[in-house]
Design a binder for this molecule. Structure first.
Ligand code: TYM
Length: 349
C-alpha cells in the first residue's frame, strides 16, 4: 500500500521553487494516494527564528497547502511538533546513523558555513529527524525538490541499517517482510522510500542567476517569486529575469548551456503541466520579449488564486489551527502503532 509523506519548513516565505518542486506535486498525488503533509516546525529550530514568527510561519505553510488544493479531510495535514514520536524515533535513528554519513551531507556543509564547530548539533542531526518523519509512518513515496535527494538517500541508509541490525528482533514481532540485502536474508521493518523528484522543474533556479537555486535565503528578492507576491510584482520579476540574447530554441537540446532560458521554460512547463519539449513547440523561434509576458500571465493565473486564498485563511487563524490539531491527532494515532513496535524491536521495556 503506497503512502506519500512530505514536509516543508516554516522558515521564511514560500517561493515558486517550493511550490513547483513540492506543493504542486503534493496536490497531484492526493488524487490516488493516502498522503501525510507536515509542517516541520522542529526542523525550523535549526535555523534562527524567534518563536512568535514560528507560529505564524507554521500557519502560513499550512495555509499554502490548503490554498493550493490539498484536502485536509481526506489526507493528514499537521505540524511536526504535535507528534512527539518524531523526536523519539529520531533519537533511535541518531544511534543508527553514523557520524561519517552526517558529515557528508552537503546541505549541512552549506548551512554550517566555514565554522562547523559552531553549528548546532540539531543542524547536524537534521537529516536523522527527517528520516524519522518519513519512517514513523512507514511512508513509501516522498515528493521533494532535487535539493533533498541526498537526505532521502540517507533515509534509505538508515532504514537499511536498522533492518539489518535488528533483523532477529523484527522477525520475532512478525511485522517485517523477508528481503535480501546482497546475499544476506533480512527481515525488513522499514520500507526503502522512493523519492519523487521528477517533472520539468525539480530544481527551480534564481531569476537573477541560472546557476543558483531559487532560495528563501537569497538576499535579492528579485531572485525569487514568493507565493505572497502580488500580480504586479510577479510580472515585474519575470520581466527583469536574466536571459541571454538568443531567442527560444525549437527543441530541448537547444537549452543546453543556457541555464536562464532552461529555467524559464521549465517554470512555464511545470506551471502548465506540460513538458519542456511541448512548450518549445509553441514558443520555439520567439524572443524572450514575447515569451516573458506569456510566462507572467501564466504565473499570475496560477498563483493569484492561491495567494488570495492564503490571505483569506490567514485572516482568521482558528480554521487553520483546527486543521492542524485534528491532523496532529490522526498522525499521532498512526505514529503510536509504529512506535509500539519499534520500542519492542529495540528492546525498551
Ligand atoms: P524546505 O522547507 O527547504 O523546502 C520544501 C520543499 O521545497 C523544495 N524546494 C525546491 N524545489 C525546487 N526548486 C527549488 N529551488 C526548491 N527549493 C526548495 C524542497 O526540495 C522541498 O521539497 N528537509 C526538507 C523538509 C523536510 C522533509 C521531511 C521533506 C523535513 N522532513 C520529510 C520530505 C520528507 C526541507 O528543508 O525542505
Amino acid at each position: 500500500q503506497p503512502l506519500v509523506f512530505s514536509g516543508v519548513q516554516p522558515t521564511g516565505n514560500l517561493h515558486l521553487g517550493n511550490y513547483l518542486g513540492a506543493i504542486r506535486k503534493f496536490v497531484a498525488l492526493q488524487e490516488k494516494n493516502d498522503c501525510i503533509y507536515c509542517v516541520v516546525d522542529m526542523h525550523a529550530l535549526t535555523a534562527q527564528l524567534v518563536h512568535d514568527e514560528l507560529k505564524e510561519q507554521t500557519r502560513s505553510i499550512a495555509a499554502a497547502f490548503i490554498a493550493s488544493g490539498i484536502d485536509p479531510t481526506k489526507h493528514i495535514v499537521f505540524n511536526q511538533s504535535k507528534v512527539a514520536a518524531h523526536a523519539e524515533l529520531a533519537w533511535i535513528f541518531n544511534c543508527v546513523a553514523r557520524m561519517g554519513w552526517m558529515n557528508r551531507m552537503t546541505q549541512f556543509k552549506d548551512k554550517a558555513g566555514k565554522d562547523a564547530e559552531k553549528a548546532s548539533l540539531g543542524l547536524l542531526a537534521y537529516p536523522s529527524l527527517m528520516a524519522a518523519d518519513i519512517l514513523l509512518y512507514r511512508a513509501t513515496h516522498v515528493p521533494v525538490g532535487d535539493d533533498q535527494k541526498q537526505h532521502l538517500e540517507l533515509t534509505r541508509d538508515i532504514a537499511q541499517k536498522f533492518n539489518i541490525d535488528f533483523t532477529a528482533q523484527i522477525r520475532k514481532t512478525g511485522k517485517g517482510v523477508d528481503i535480501k540485502v546482497g546475499d544476506e536474508p533480512v527481515h525488513a521493518y522499514f520500507p526503502m522510500v522512493e523519492p519523487l523528484i521528477d517533472g520539468p522543474a525539480p530544481r527551480v533556479m534564481s531569476l537573477r542567476d541560472g546557476t543558483k537555486k531559487m532560495s528563501k535565503s537569497d538576499p535579492s528578492d528579485l531572485s525569487r517569486i514568493n507565493l505572497m507576491d502580488d500580480s504586479e510584482t510577479i510580472a515585474k520579476k519575470i520581466k527583469k529575469a536574466k536571459t541571454d540574447p538568443d531567442g527560444l530554441p525549437g527543441e530541448t537540446d537547444g537549452l543546453a548551456g543556457r541555464p536562464e532560458a532552461d529555467n524559464l521554460v521549465g517554470i512555464y512547463a511545470a506551471l502548465s503541466d506540460r513538458s519542456k519539449a511541448d512548450v518549445l513547440k509553441e514558443f520555439g523561434g520567439q524572443q524572450f520579449s514575447t515569451f516573458k509576458p506569456a510566462l507572467a500571465d501564466l504565473a499570475v493565473a496560477v498563483l493569484a488564486p492561491i495567494n488570495a486564498e492564503m490571505r483569506r485563511l490567514m485572516a482568521a487563524t482558528d480554521h487553520i489551527d483546527t486543521i492542524l490539531k485534528e491532523g496532529g491527532d490522526r498522525a499521532a494515532a498512526r505514529a503510536a502503532v509504529t512506535m509500539a513496535e519499534v520500542r519492542d524491536i529495540v528492546g525498551f521495556l
